[in-house]
Design a protein around this ligand. Structure first.
Ligand code: 6R9
Length: 586
C-alpha cells in the first residue's frame, strides 16, 4: 500500500470543521449521547420524519429551503421546512384515511420527483414502512420487490405504472392502492394530488417508538432472491450524526447527494441526514451530464457534495476543461461512496475542483456511514478511511465453529463490525436464517474483503461473494440468471462483473444453450433484448458469451469464479483464494 497523505488545512476564514468534537471524544463517545441530541417524542417516542422536518420548524428553520428541486426540463421548485412538514402531514392523513398505518409497507417507483420525498416523510409519520424502488428496474425486479414487501400502497408515475405495474398487477394481490404523481383518477389508480388536496396539513405528532420499523431497502446477495433489509426509527441517530461528522453539514449549507433514492444512499444521505441537519437539499431530476453537473455545483452554490466513483470517473473522462469557467468556490467538502475510489480520483478532485474526494464506506445493512476519511484527518488516497466513533471495525476470519478470529493489521480478511449501532438493520424481511448468517458472536460480517494498516486506516480489497457493483448499483447473480433461464433457448446462465473503466464493472453473462439452438449473433441480440425488457437497463447484462457448458461444482453450482478467471484470461489458480470464494453467502 503506497500512499501520500493529503494534509488538509482549513482556509483562514473558515469556521473549524464541526467534526468529531474533541470534547465529545474526551468524555467518551456513546450512542446514548447521540440519541440525546434528537428532539424525540413524548413517552420515549422517536420518528425520523419528525426529526427531519417538524423539529426543524420548531427550531426556527420553517422558512429555510429544505428541498430545491431541479426538474430535468429546467423547472425549479423550492420547498421550505414548513412546506415539507405540511405536505408530509397531508400525506400521512391521506394514508390514515386509506387505512394504512403502523408496519404497513408503502413503496415508491419514481425518479427524483418531489412527490417521492413527501411520500417518504408522510409514510414515516404514520409509522408505516417506506420502501423505495429504483425507477430504472424493469418489470421483473419491480414485481419481485413489491410482492415481497407486501406493499399496500404504491406511489408512481403514469408511464412507470403502464410499463411496470399494470401488466402484472394481478400478481400483486396485496397492492390495494396506486397513486399517480402525474395522473388522474381512473378505475384502478388515484391521483396523488387530488387526494392530497382533500387532506388537512395538520396532524398530531407521530407515536412511533425507536424500534418501530421505518425503512425497507432491497439488496442482493450471492444466492437467492433480493433481501429486504429492515431499518428502524432509531437509525436517525446515526444518519444525523454521520451527516455532521463525516459530511460536515451545518444549518444553512447547500448539500447535493447525487444518489437516487431508489437505493440506500439516496435515502440515508439524500433525505434523512441532510434534513435532520437543517440544510438545503438539492435534488436534480436529470441523469448524469458533466456540463449540467458543473453548472449545478456553481449556480446552486453547493457547499457539500456526496457522489460516487462512477460519476467521478465520468467527470475525469470529460476532462478538466468542462469544469473551467464554473465558480466552485462555495464547495467546502466532497465525499464519495459505493465503490472503490482510486487515488487518482481523490487527487483529481483536489487538482480540478479544489477539494479532494473523501472516500466513505458503508452498506444497505449498516444504514449509515461506518468508515470514512473525515475532514479533520489526513486522507490516505485509496483508503476508505477509519471507523467513526461508536463503530468498532475489525478484519476477521470466520472459523468453522461459527466464531471469528480477529486478524492483525496488514492481514487480509473479512471486514466486520461489532453489533450495536443504531442504524444496523434489524432483519431481512421474512428471512431470519439469512439474517443470522450475517453474524458471528457479536460481529456483523460485511461480506467485503479488506485490510487495515498499522495506523487504523481500512483498505478495500473486493467482495467475498458474487454480487457486483455496476455504476454503483449492487446486482446479484440470481435475478439476472433467472430471467435468462426463462428463455426457451437457455439451459444454463452465469453472471459476472466484467471490469469497466467507467462503470467499475458491467454485467456480463455466460450462457449454455439447450440442444437444437445455435449460438449466433441473432440469438445473442435476442437474449440481451429479452433480459433488458424484463430487468431494465440498470440490471440487464451488457455482454453475453455462449459456452457449450458452464463450469460447475460437483453439487451443480455454477462456479462464477472460473467464469471470471476466463474473462480476465487468468488461469483459475491466479485468482486470489480470498476473493469471491464460492459458497460464501453475503
Ligand atoms: C452505501 C452502499 C454496499 C457495498 C459494500 C462494498 C461496496 C461501498 C465502498 C465500497 C469500496 C467504498 N462499497 N462503499 N467498496 N469502497 N468506499 O453502497 O450500499 O448498495 O448496499 O453496497 O458497496 O462492496 O459492501 P450497498
Amino acid at each position: 500500500m503506497s500512499w501520500t497523505p493529503i494534509c488538509k488545512k482549513p482556509a483562514p476564514d473558515e469556521p473549524a470543521p464541526n467534526l468529531i468534537d474533541e470534547t465529545v471524544m474526551r468524555a467518551g463517545f456513546s450512542w446514548e449521547n447521540a440519541r440525546a441530541e434528537l428532539a424525540g417524542l413524548p413517552n420515549g417516542g422517536l420518528n425520523i420524519a419528525y426529526e427531519a422536518v417538524d423539529r426543524q420548524v420548531e427550531a426556527g428553520l420553517g422558512k429555510t429551503v429544505a428541498l430545491r428541486w431541479l426538474g430535468k426540463n429546467g423547472e425549479r421548485r423550492e420547498y421550505t421546512y414548513a412546506d415539507l412538514a405540511h405536505l408530509s402531514n397531508r400525506f400521512a392523513n391521506l394514508l390514515e384515511r386509506l387505512g394504512i398505518g403502523k408496519g404497513d409497507r408503502v413503496c415508491t417507483l419514481a425518479g427524483r420527483i418531489p412527490e417521492l420525498y413527501v411520500t417518504a416523510l408522510g409514510t414515516l409519520k404514520v409509522g408505516a414502512v417506506f420502501c423505495p424502488l429504483f425507477s430504472a428496474f424493469g418489470p421483473e425486479p419491480v414485481r419481485v420487490r413489491v410482492a415481497k414487501s407486501r406493499a399496500r400502497l404504491l406511489v408512481t408515475t403514469s408511464l412507470l405504472y403502464q410499463r411496470k405495474i399494470l401488466p402484472q398487477r394481478e400478481q400483486l394481490p396485496d397492492l390495494e392502492h396506486v397513486l399517480l404523481a402525474d395522473g388522474d383518477d381512473d378505475s384502478n389508480v388515484r391521483s396523488f394530488h387530488t387526494l392530497m388536496e382533500a387532506e388537512s396539513d395538520r396532524r398530531a405528532p407521530p407515536t412511533t417508538l425507536p424500534e418501530d420499523w421505518a425503512l425497507l431497502h432491497f439488496t442482493s446477495g450471492t444466492t437467492g432472491a433480493p433481501k429486504g433489509a429492515v431499518h428502524v426509527h432509531d437509525a436517525v441517530a446515526a444518519h444525523r450524526l454521520t451527516g455532521r461528522w463525516v459530511l460536515d453539514l451545518r444549518p444553512g449549507d447547500v448539500f447535493w447527494c447525487t444518489a437516487d433514492p431508489g437505493w440506500v444512499t439516496g435515502v440515508s444521505y439524500g433525505i434523512i441526514a441532510p434534513l435532520t441537519n437543517g440544510v438545503t437539499l438539492v435534488v436534480d431530476e436529470a441523469e448524469f451530464d458533466a456540463r449540467r453537473w458543473y453548472a449545478i455545483l456553481a449556480r446552486e452554490r453547493v457547499n457539500v457534495w456526496y457522489t460516487a466513483p462512477t460519476a467521478i470517473r465520468m467527470l475525469m473522462k470529460v476532462g478538466a476543461d468542462a469544469a473551467h469557467g464554473h465558480d466552485l468556490s462555495a464547495l467546502r467538502f466532497m465525499a464519495s461512496v459505493g465503490e472503490p475510489l482510486n487515488p487518482e480520483g481523490v487527487i483529481w478532485g483536489l487538482e480540478t475542483l479544489g477539494q479532494p474526494f473523501h472516500d466513505t464506506w458503508w452498506q444497505t445493512e449498516t444504514g449509515a456511514i461506518m468508515i470514512a476519511n473525515t475532514r479533520d484527518r489526513d486522507i490516505r488516497p485509496g483508503s476508505m478511511g477509519q471507523p467513526l466513533p461508536g463503530v468498532e471495525a475489525a478484519i476477521v476470519r470466520r472459523r468453522s465453529d461459527g466464531g471469528v478470529d480477529l486478524l492483525e493489521s496488514g492481514e487480509e480478511g473479512e471486514l466486520a463490525l461489532r453489533t450495536g449501532w443504531p442504524s444496523m438493520f434489524r432483519g431481512y424481511l421474512e428471512d431470519e436464517a439469512r439474517y443470522r448468517q450475517c453474524f458471528a458472536a457479536d460481529w456483523y460480517l460485511s461480506g467485503d474483503l479488506a485490510t487495515r494498516d498499522a495506523d487504523g486506516y481500512f483498505w478495500f480489497l473486493g467482495r467475498s461473494g458474487d454480487v457486483i457493483k455496476t455504476s454503483g448499483h449492487l446486482i446479484g447473480p440470481f435475478e439476472v440468471e433467472n430471467v435468462l433461464l426463462e428463455h426457451p433457448a437457455v439451459a444454463e446462465a452465469g453472471m459476472i462483473g466484467k471490469p469497466d473503466d467507467y462503470a467499475g464493472q458491467i454485467v456480463k453473462v455466460f450462457v449454455a444453450l439447450k440442444p437444437d439452438h445455435a449460438p449466433d449473433d441473432a440469438l445473442r441480440r435476442e437474449l440481451l433484448g429479452f433480459a433488458r425488457n424484463r430487468l431494465g437497463p440498470a440490471v440487464a447484462p451488457r455482454e453475453l458469451e455462449f459456452m457449450s457448458d458452464l463450469p460447475k461444482t460437483r453439487s451443480g453450482k455454477i462456479m462464477r469464479r472460473l467464469l471470471r478467471a476466463q474473462e480476465l484470461g487468468l488461469p483459475p489458480g491466479d485468482l486470489s483464494t480470498l476473493e469471491n470464494n464460492d459458497g460464501n453467502e453475503s
